[in-house]
Design a protein around this ligand. Sequence first.
Ligand SMILES: Cc1cc2nc3c(=O)[nH]c(=O)nc-3n(C[C@H](O)[C@H](O)[C@H](O)COP(=O)(O)OP(=O)(O)OC[C@H]3O[C@@H](n4cnc5c(N)ncnc54)[C@H](O)[C@@H]3O)c2cc1C
Length: 484
Amino acid sequence: MFARSLVHGFSTAVSGRPLQVAIIGSGPAGFFTAHRVLKDIADVKIDMYESLPVPHGLVRFGVAPDHPEVKNVMNKFDEVATDDRFTFLGNVHVGGSELPLAELKPHYDAIVFSYGASEDRRLNIPGEDLKNVFSARAFVGWYNGLPLHRDLQPDLDNTDTAVVIGQGNVALDIARLLLSPIDQLRKTDLTAYALEALSKSRIKHVHVVGRRGPLQAAFTAKELREQMKLPGVQFHTDIPLLQNELTAGASYLSKTRPLKRLMSILEKEIASPAHQTGDKSWNLDFLRSPTKILPDSSNTTVQAIEYEINRLEGPPNACKAIGTGEFTRQDCGLVLRSIGYKSIALEGVPFDEALGRVPNQYGKVMDKDNEVPGMYTAGWLKRGPTGVIATTMTDAYETADTIAADFKEGKPFLGDVDGIGYKSGSQGLAEHFRQQSVKPISYIDWKLIEKMEFEAGLKTGKPREKFGRIEEMLAVLNTKNNSL
Ligand SMILES: Cc1cc2nc3c(=O)[nH]c(=O)nc-3n(C[C@H](O)[C@H](O)[C@H](O)COP(=O)(O)OP(=O)(O)OC[C@H]3O[C@@H](n4cnc5c(N)ncnc54)[C@H](O)[C@@H]3O)c2cc1C
């Protein structure tokens, strides 16, 4: 069926028309895959579908507002979007009635699933649904302007103590945000409503809690250093426990440099604290598994959290937290569980519920032991919800290379299975969009929305003022006078 032609230096199979690729999700995984596929395959057309009217996934809605340098990667994504072979279709949710996968599939040769992890893991303990108990995903989404969590309304002015469950970088992002001087945050792209709530916040003490010990903490040195430098914020931890663990794990530490660096920050801090005074504090609490979140007298709002105290069993790189049967309790008025994001299945795509990701080999979707022709995955959906943008880039490039290799080797794509010849990408969906009243947002539309965000930010000395509601984003496009 395929004719041969020269593509990026190698002879490959095409049918005298571009290879039509759909990418589902416009986070780093989607954009880095697009970047590499555009580089590797000359005669290709990529349509990138995104649920929201605005692109860039967690770069916009996850990365902390006071880490603007991390968000510079958006410039790279802008470059990708200028390629004539690339089309962005925002405001189109793939799956469900709006655009079922079965409707999308016949119009493409290959589909890359890179829709990230839009849910979170739960603790599954009593009290988890009390008022002022949130997932980190919701809280981060709230302060970063994710429309879904615009109305979260965390109550920050009726308590002085917050507990963050989990000891990864997201937990430290949250702790830092809760304890940062408000004037520092004013210069960031933190949403105006979050800034307002944080300016009235009474929270002075943040406990960052892990079920295992210091050697198992998952945050990185840069984030820990930032936390230690917060002005007027004292640091507390169980010093004897830390020292014991460092001594017991000395040989392991000598072999794991990043962890050694991390531990040396803690050691240095306890030997010579950056802040001896200050009315704020943060704690690293180890060996605690939450067992219950306890309500106040109204029985509606969190008042305390109960933990079982653990001991560690096994070597530092694979140790388990074992409950001791002893319990302790921490008074607090805000609980944020930061124990991981979770991907969800999309109908028609194999999904490993136990591992929470799409089974794949080098990005090629697998159904048990069989490759699924034309289906690929990248990013958090591919490898599970961990890893930074750089890690996501590496694995997105791997996926793109797999697509290019399949293309080069003439492996079957979607059409070969369905027996459908011509593929026209999103053009073939125009009638479906019309029937479903779906109005895709183009990248130019997005840049117009962004221009308004920049202009609004200028007025208050911020890099941008994000629109927190979908209607606000779309309203920009309905205002006739707006143009780039
Ligand atoms: C709170 C937080 C802070 C972080 N901070 C940093 C940091 O400082 N530095 C760093 O390097 N990394 C950071 N990361 C990690 C980084 O954000 C991830 O590595 C990266 O975003 C994963 O990319 P992804 O494309 O797989 O997923 P995502 O970025 O989540 O992108 C997925 C996209 O798919 C869209 N989507 C979902 N479902 C559908 C659907 N059905 N149809 C169409 N579109 C859909 C989503 O709206 C989203 O835009 C942070 C992560 C979090 C959670």
